[in-house]
Design a binder for this molecule. Structure first.
Ligand code: MG
Length: 170
């Protein structure tokens, strides 16, 4: 039997996107978080669809498995990723993690966004992440926080996400 040190890996993912008014007149895209389109007059400035939650989950999984990060796998200089649905990044990361011999034990995410409230959408976000990874949504946690009106996130100028993911040997 493998020692725990050989059979477990933890990964951390972080992402932040600047939020601007929707285009036109700003350069913000529609605000999509965890695959859910939120009603907002501001959205992320991004090359892909700018889904910060899916980006941070993708990076947590890749990093836990010691694989190249999201920026290396899906460079924002590549026209193929323009406006791309970030669930495709997550699915690809899930495949690579599986091929490397790991299964996802659980994922825990904290999304920091001043508005709108995430509460009505958290179940859908969990479900979207789980289905992209082909795991049960009970293995995915999503928490919403505000930034108490201070700094860029609190002034609705950015969305920030922190994620940890635990992998176990398959
Ligand atoms: Mg990102």
């Amino acid at each position: 039997m493998q020692s725990p040190a050989e059979s477990l890996r933890i990964g951390h993912g972080y992402d932040l996107h600047r939020l601007e008014s929707l285009s036109p007149p700003g350069s913000g895209r529609p605000l999509v978080v965890g695959g859910v389109r939120l009603d907002s007059d501001r959205g992320p400035v991004a090359h892909s669809d700018g889904d910060a939650l899916l980006h941070a989950v993708t990076d947590a999984l890749l990093s836990a498995a010691g694989l190249p990060d999201i920026g290396q796998l899906f460079p924002d200089t590549d026209a193929r990723h323009e406006s791309r649905d970030s669930s495709e990044f997550l699915k690809e990361a899930g495949e690579q993690v599986r091929r490397a011999g790991w299964v996802v034990a659980n994922i825990d995410a904290t999304v920091i966004l001043e508005k709108p409230k995430l509460s009505p959408h958290k179940a859908a976000m969990r479900s979207n992440i789980a289905s992209a990874l082909d795991i049960d949504s009970s293995r995915v946690g999503v928490k919403g926080k505000t930034h108490e009106n201070v700094d860029a996130v609190g002034e609705s100028r950015a969305i920030e996400v922190h994620v940890v993911a635990l992998l176990v040997r398959s």
